[in-house]
Ligand binder design. Sequence first.
Ligand SMILES: [Zn+2]
Length: 240
Amino acid sequence: MPLTLDAHNHVGVRHGASQTGAELLDRIDTAGVDLACAFPFVEGVFSNDDVDAARAADPDRIVPFLAVNPWQRDEAVAEIHRRADKGYRGLKLHPTIHGYHLSDLGLVGPVLDAVRERGLVVICHGASDLYNAPPEFARVCRAYPEVPFLMAHSGTFWSHDQAVEIAGETPNLYLETARVPVFEVATSVKEIGPEKVIWGTDSPFVDYTFEFEKMARAAGSEDARQMVCGGNLARLLGLD
Ligand SMILES: [Zn+2]
């Protein structure tokens, strides 16, 4: 069977939400999923040590991603290098929560330079908020063509059409499906092809099994579902 891989999970504890590694493994087992990328909740003070703790539950099935706040400048860059040394594979950014424009390269540039140097994948919050609207992704993707960017939530809700258009003309931009309605996921696959769409759930904020099963309906074919639900991201991460 081809690998199934969930691009988007939060681990650790913050006000109002928590998820341990064991809880995440239980969710992916129940749904029949192989691997899950995991990063911290990013509100307030957060620590990538939460990822190490979660990963201890099964280091072979939880793929470690870190999160940084680019306002922390040198410390954010140092943290990327520290975690890359420990085998972390990707970086989560959340411009809306941390308060910066994704395409503000004066601020985000040092972080993305480190990402490029270490060969990481970026997953960035990409709902239809001002700071991470689709044109912001277009600008950073042009500046860092070697870095794969996943637009979490595919511009949902109001910017989905724009997200599809921009992802279609931006080779290193992929649309991630967490909490995106079935019609919008199906439209993404139809318009830009299954090779440009990547499945994620945003656990623990979802009905996990529903987020997986919706892809069978949204992808249009079993071949497309397999690419979206693991093949594409496994290739980007070198796991295939
Ligand atoms: Zn999330």
